[in-house]
Design a protein around this ligand. Sequence first.
Ligand SMILES: Nc1ncnc2c1ncn2[C@@H]1O[C@H](COP(=O)(O)OP(=O)(O)OP(=O)(O)O)[C@@H](O)[C@H]1O
Ligand SMILES: [Mg+2]
Length: 232
Amino acid sequence: MLLIKQLVKTYSSEHQPITILTLPLLEVSEQQKVAIVGPSGCGKSTLLNIIAGIVRPSSGEVNVLGTDILQLRETRMDAFRSRHIGYVFQNFNLLSGFTALENVMFAMQFAKVIPQKERKARGLELLDRVGLIHRLNNKVNRLSQGEQQRVAIARALANKPPLVLADEPTASLDSDNSALVFNLLVEMCSQFNSALIVSTHDIDMANQMDYIFHLRKRSESDDVEAMSDVFA
Ligand SMILES: Nc1ncnc2c1ncn2[C@@H]1O[C@H](COP(=O)(O)OP(=O)(O)OP(=O)(O)O)[C@@H](O)[C@H]1O
Ligand SMILES: [Mg+2]
C-alpha cells in the first residue's frame, strides 16, 4: 500500500543545501498501523507531507497504492489525495467559517467517491460516530479543540480512504481529550479498514500501533538512521 525507497529531502539554505531527511526504506501494508516517532525537527511532518504529495522529495521513490505519486502533476495529485488519503493535521486545518457538517461534506464533494445522494447521511453518521451529532450546524471555530479534532477525523475518513495520515493529532489537546481523540482515530481506521500512519511524541500512543518507526534527527556530521522495531 505504501512503499518508500531511498528517500532524500534537502532544503537549500544561504550557504549550502541541508539534508533534513534520508530514509532508505519504509513499507506499510493494507490496514497496518504505524507510528512515526522522533525528536522535533527530525522530519516527521516532512515525511507525512511527502506521502500526501504536498511536499516533493529531492530524490527517491514514493509509491502509494501502486501509483508512483512523484509522476503526478499537482491537480492529479490533489484528486488522488482526496480519494485515497485522509489527513488529520496537528492544528486541524478545518474551514473555519463553515459548520462541522459542511467541512465533512466538502471533502466528499471534492473527492466524488461517495455518491451524491449518500453524502449527507454519511456526514451525519460520521459526526455521530465522533460524538458530535449535537454540534452539526455549529461553525467549527466555535467548537473546542477536542471537538475540532474530532471533526477533522470525521473529515479524514469521509471518503473511506485506504490510507490515513495523522500528524501529532493530539498535540493541541489536553490529556483527557488526547486519549479520547487518539482512540477514536485508531478505532475508526480499524472500522473502515484504513491503514494509519501517525506521528506522535507520546510513547503510550505509539505502543498501540503495529510497529514504531524511529526517525533520528540528522546532524551535519552523520546520516540519519532509520530503524524499525517490530512489536507485533
Ligand atoms: N520549507 C522549509 N525550508 C527549509 N527547512 C525546512 C522547511 N520545512 C521544514 N524544514 C526543516 O526541516 C526539518 C524537519 O522539519 P519537520 O517539520 O518535518 O520536523 P518534525 O519532526 O515534524 O518536527 P516537530 O516534532 O517539531 O513537528 C526542520 O529542521 C525544519 O526546520
Ligand atoms: Mg511536525
